[in-house]
Design a protein. Structure first.
Length: 71
């Protein structure tokens, strides 16, 4: 969990082109770049797959409706 938190905490870096959770390159499909309301970036697939919906970097709770897809 610590390693995931460390990797995911780097996802606010706007120059990253991959998901901090699964390392997949962001695309316009299931790995679309997305953010919950806390601002940490990951792909939509990883964020929607979290159960419970808690950001691995900052432990902020969120819902699916609070995930914003970045185009």
């Amino acid at each position: 969990m610590q390693e995931m938190r460390r990797m995911f905490s780097q996802t606010r870096d706007e120059n990253r082109s991959d998901c901090g959770m699964c390392s997949a390159k962001f695309d316009n499909d299931e790995h679309a770049e997305s953010v919950p309301h806390c601002g940490h970036r990951a792909c939509a697939k990883c964020l929607k797959g979290l159960d419970p919906k808690i950001c691995p970097a900052c432990r902020t709770k969120f819902t699916d409706s609070q995930i914003i897809r970045i185009y």
